[in-house]
Design a protein around this ligand. Structure first.
Ligand code: URA
Length: 203
């Protein structure tokens, strides 16, 4: 399902890809966003974590998962014994999409065309890094990696075949943060259990 890197993206290091992605005009999201939020972390990482799309804080700082979802994610990674220095973190959609409401920029999900336009960058990152494990956080990330038929509720926490790697999808940390009461604890526990499987596979 994941598109191969298109010919327009020349071979190059992750740093070179990042520079090219900064100029990306493959969809319209660049017009209102502050900057492209490219992946971050070791180019030699054995694990790549794929988020959904850059949020408000990420748009301003230019790095993925710098907001509350990132804090929760790093906490769980630490709990299960995954060293964040050993992972590469990125997003399926590398620009923030929002609706301006007064002073507030309300997060808006990237549409299918915007997701498709961005897929070449994720494909290129995976092609350069060649990780052993790809962990998708949330349904948008999972569908961009495993295809539109992927159902997070049914397939969460199970290894999927992926060219040259194993893939898995789990809850997005923002979904944990948004969930009410008891449900929040249950999702947090699921996320921890799924990432523990990843830690086990890394050992
Ligand atoms: N949510 C995401 O999916 N990605 C980020 O980088 C931040 C929040």
């Amino acid at each position: 399902p994941l598109a191969r890197p298109v010919a327009a993206i020349p071979d190059g290091s992750i740093a070179a890809l990042r520079r090219q992605a900064a100029e990306c005009r493959a969809c319209d999201l660049w017009e209102h966003a502050t900057q492209t939020v490219f992946g971050a972390g070791s180019a030699k990482a054995r694990v790549v974590l794929v988020g959904e799309q850059a949020g408000d804080r990420e748009d301003i700082e230019g790095r993925p998962f710098v907001g509350p979802a990132g804090t929760l994610l790093r906490g769980v990674l630490e709990e299960v014994g995954i060293d964040t220095a050993e992972v590469y973190v990125t997003n399926a959609v590398k620009h923030f999409r929002f609706e301006q409401r007064g002073k507030v920029r309300l997060h808006k999900r990237a549409n299918a065309a915007q997701q498709a336009a961005c897929r070449q960058w994720l494909a290129a990152e995976l092609d350069r890094i060649r990780p052993r494990q790809v962990v998708c956080l949330g349904a948008l990330a999972a569908q961009n990696v495993f295809g539109n038929d992927f159902r997070l509720t049914a397939q969460r926490g199970r290894w999927q075949e992926l060219a040259g790697a194993r893939g898995m999808a789990t809850w997005h940390p923002s979904a944990v943060l948004r969930a009410p009461g008891d449900r929040r604890q249950a999702l947090h526990d699921d996320l921890r259990a799924d990432l523990a499987l990843v830690a086990e596979a890394m050992a």
